[in-house]
Design a protein around this ligand. Structure first.
Ligand code: GLA
Length: 496
């Protein structure tokens, strides 16, 4: 290159670096993970005068920058994780460092430093070719909605081998196993790195998965595990991208009985249209592994998963975003699920997410509403609380056998809303043998008087019925029944 031209380029580059000091790729390590790596965010920024645009690449996905401003060395930008979740980063640019205050999960604000990183680092791998669609043969499992326990809602990254063993002990000693709760499911953050042969290892919290599976099996229980079709899980751990067959074989060798397969970083590589073939890859891998493994899809209801879930060999599929331990979250999710009733059947269930019963954010009436609604919905009953410290009331909610029997009804028909009048909603679910479960919910802030007419609930009903939370027989006089329902509470009748 002629020296003059080179000099010109160098000067231009220097000027642009001075006038747009924030343009480029920046990396910040926000947390140490249990697999020994850092949880890294990449800010891929473009400065144009006072305007700052670009995106933030997270392990689980990519968030666009929706607001960004630079004034001298001061900057502020806002990333949009998803509708309703925006995080701000605000600070100073000083040469090769950004020193900033950033918001994070659960409203946490902390000081961070981002450093320059090579262009392209942090970018997702290219989208591979996907297989043609072909139905994965049903595995014959989960004829009724799966029941058990999952670590995420309560323990998140605090789950360990010890916690899992203690949950297995207590699920037996409390009688929960005998009430039907048999799956002990380890959620995210168990993963370690791959060895030289690509075989996925657990991290230091799980010293021996095979031994853990043996222990859980020796208690008459089954063990579940978690992964992602992307390179990283939602918490930033190793996912199964490109290793699907190997991982399925590894889990089968360990003695795993259930897989929750969470979209997470797959969203950085694939589009909504790719969901089905991507989930088919693991569906086929599980079948090839030779071990019966319940297949639970977690992609938040994208791409109308209920329409194709059975074709990829799935037994259940999440229909919504994550549940939280609050009346608002639980009811927004639960009361919106009736429309999916046609898609539930033995072996194939809609999954409105795991239970929050016993986690402390709702009162007894609210948790009875949660348990009732999930049972009417034929939802999986995966307890998400610390089973070692349940009050008698929480035990009575999780272990009411008659309520569980509604959830586990062999007909496998999901219920739906019959009527809504003000804050009172009546939902019903047809049961095997011609009976029907009828739930009367009061979503209001004061007790409500509710009345039911037998004729509105189905034909052939005799009126012989029982309220399943009190265990009392109730009678319909002249075909109707009226009762008071507490604020945020519920009555659950089984009518013959
Ligand atoms: C997603 C899922 C949750 C949980 C976390 C783990 O948010 O929806 O249920 O598995 O990932 O990182």
């Amino acid at each position: 290159m002629p020296p003059l031209r080179l000099a010109f380029i160098l000067v231009a580059a220097t000027l642009s670096a001075q006038s747009a000091p924030m343009t480029g790729n920046w990396v910040t390590a926000t947390q140490k993970l249990d697999d020994g790596t850092d949880y890294k965010l990449y800010f891929q920024l473009k400065q144009n005068g006072a305007e700052l645009t670009g995106r933030v690449v997270h392990p689980w996905g990519i968030a666009p920058i929706v607001e960004g401003k630079v004034t001298g060395s001061h900057f502020r930008f806002v990333q949009q994780l998803w509708p309703g979740e925006r995080w701000t980063a605000e600070g100073e640019v000083a040469g090769d460092e950004l020193k900033y205050k950033g918001s994070g999960w659960e409203g946490k604000v902390a000081d961070y430093v981002a450093r320059r990183s090579p262009e392209g680092e942090g970018n997702p791998p290219a989208r591979p070719d996907l297989p043609a669609l072909r139905p994965v043969p049903a595995n014959g499992m989960a004829k009724t909605p799966p029941m058990g326990w999952n670590s995420w809602n309560k323990f998140q990254d605090k789950v360990t081998d010890q916690v899992v063993r203690e949950m297995a002990d207590v699920i037996v000693s409390t009688g929960m196993r005998d009430a039907g709760y048999v799956y002990i499911n380890i959620d995210d953050t168990w993963e370690g790195q791959r060895d030289a042969n690509g075989v996925l290892q657990a991290n230091h919290k799980f010293p021996d998965m095979k031994a853990l599976a043996d222990y859980v099996h020796s208690r008459g229980l089954k063990l579940g595990i978690y992964s992602s079709p992307g390179p990283k899980t939602c918490a930033g751990y190793e996912g199964s991208f490109g290793h699907e067959d190997l991982d399925a074989r590894t889990w089968a060798k360990w003695g795993i009985d259930y897989l929750k397969y969470d979209w997470c970083s797959a969203g950085k590589i694939f589009k909504t249209e790719d969901l089905q073939p991507v989930y088919q890859i693991m569906g086929e891998a599980l079948r090839k592994s030779g071990r019966p493994i319940v297949y639970s899809l977690c992609e938040y209801g994208e791409g109308e998963v209920w329409k194709w879930g059975p074709q990829v060999g799935a037994n259940l599929w999440r229909t919504t975003g994550d549940i939280g331990d609050s009346w608002k979250s639980m009811t927004e999710i639960g009361f919106d699920q009736g429309k999916l009733a046609p898609y539930a059947a033995p072996g194939h269930w809609n999954d409105p997410d795991m239970l929050e019963v016993g986690n402390g954010g709702m009162n007894g009436d609210e948790y009875r509403t949660h348990m009732t609604l999930w049972s009417i919905l034929a939802a999986p009953l995966l307890a998400g609380n610390d089973l070692r410290s349940m009050t008698p009331e929480i035990k009575s909610i999780l272990m009411n056998r008659e309520v569980i029997a509604v959830d586990q009804d062999p007909l496998g028909k999901q219920g739906q809303r019959l009527t809504k009048s003000g804050d009172v909603e009546i939902w019903s679910r047809p049961l095997a043998g011609g009976a029907v479960a009828v739930a009367v919910f009061n979503r209001g802030e004061a007790p409500a008087q509710a009345s039911l007419k037998l004729a509105d609930l189905g034909s052939g009903l005799k009126g012989k019925s029982r309220e399943l939370w009190t265990g009392r027989d109730v009678s319909f006089k002249d075909g109707s029944y009226s009762a008071s329902v507490p604020r945020h509470g519920v009555l659950l009748l089984k009518i013959q």
